[in-house]
Design a protein around this ligand. Structure first.
Ligand code: ATP
Ligand code: MG
Length: 330
């Protein structure tokens, strides 16, 4: 049986305002509003309300804003993430393109640099004794440690071709969560229950935080593919505040928005400007919640009749919501 997911957001003058992901064409939600307009606080309320409805949330937390809500606080300090890991059912060639794209977007690589990354990943798989890059992993691929990827970039290419690339990626090669990785040790079973918060604040740079977030999202998608389709409706919402870091065209978030509903996963994203979201994202969300926008052109864009979701726009009554958060947290 589908869970009740009707969430009370607050009041709009005298009207109670609800958001029910299951009554929309798509369960996904986007929050847009200028700095200080209340996005993060609203995400907290939504997460608490979902918890009351026994719907789990997985929160990717770039600033440790959600620690207080966590049933499972995932600090990642004893975790390793192997960016080149091929999950069961995945093909090495697909991982090659996906991961090269993530590197390229996050580190602003040029086309040639992205091509070098792809070649290096292919070599990495060959060195790991994977002969056919188009053959799915049936569970028997055993990869070399991720540190070998750095050795390939250093030794298999002319130095002049990789010098600037190695400089851009040096922070990756200084980050233990990747460099110590013989495999990925993420507790997906726990991460997808109750309110789980992945803390990213302690990682050194925005690029590393984004890279970890993107790899986790990639793996999450595959985790749900393997679990199979859900007949119970939405059982988990993946919440990403400051989502501009991970919302480019073709990103794992794009894929999550396209595919996750049938696996019982909804996505909630918040960012400051409409242009922070790719068109694919805006086309695939069922609801856009608009807060005060500092730029007139953003407000105009959001109120434009041509946006299909216009009738679902909410002007959230800030004061009532704030009271509600206080009651929950006291
Ligand atoms: N519902 C509310 N009622 C009253 N005050 C609120 C409410 N929501 C947020 N605030 C106040 O506004 C401040 C900023 O809110 P919040 O952090 O949610 O903004 P934001 O949209 O996430 O901003 P940013 O884009 O900079 O992260 C909060 O610290 C809080 O003091
Ligand atoms: Mg915020």
């Amino acid at each position: 049986m589908k869970k009740d997911t009707n969430i009370w957001l607050g009041n709009n003058n005298t009207d109670k305002l609800f958001w029910d992901s299951q009554s929309q064409r798509s369960p996904h939600l986007v929050l847009i509003g200028g700095s200080g307009s209340g996005k993060t606080e609203t995400l907290k309320v939504i997460s608490m309300e979902l918890k009351n409805k026994k719907v789990s949330t997985l929160i990717i937390d770039f600033h440790n804003d959600f620690t207080i809500l966590a049933d499972n606080l995932i600090k990642l300090d004893n975790t390793t993430i192997h960016p080149l890991e091929i999950q069961v059912g995945e093909r090495p060639i697909d991982v090659t393109y996906k991961i090269a794209k993530i590197f390229a977007k996050i580190f602003s690589l040029g086309e040639i640099q992205e091509a070098i990354i792809r070649e290096a990943i292919k070599t990495f798989y060959q060195d790991s004794k994977i002969k056919d890059l188009k053959k799915e992993n049936s569970g028997n691929f055993k990869l070399l440690p991720f540190s070998h990827f750095k050795e390939i970039l250093e030794n298999n290419f002319e130095r002049r071709k990789t010098e600037s690339l190695l400089a851009k990626l040096s922070i990756v090669f200084d980050t233990d969560i990747f460099m110590d990785a013989k495999e990925t040790s993420l507790p997906f079973n726990t991460m997808t229950t109750q309110v789980s918060v992945i803390q990213l604040k302690e990682f050194p740079t925005d690029e590393i935080k984004s890279m970890i977030a993107e790899i986790i999202l990639n793996k999450l998608i595959n985790y749900f593919y393997l679990k199979g389709q859900s007949k119970e409706g939405i059982e988990l919402f993946c919440i990403i505040d400051e989502a501009h870091r991970v919302t480019y065209e073709g990103s794992p978030v794009d894929l999550l928005l396209r595919e996750s509903r049938k696996y019982g996963v909804g996505v909630i994203l918040a960012s400051q400007r409409p242009t922070d979201f790719s068109e694919t994202i805006l086309a695939n969300v069922g609801t856009i919640m608009s807060f005060q926008c500092s730029l007139a052109k953003d407000a105009k864009y959001l109120s434009n009749k041509s946006i299909r979701t216009r009738k679902m726009f909410y002007q959230v009554c800030i004061r009532k919501l704030f009271k509600k958060i206080k009651n929950h947290t006291n």
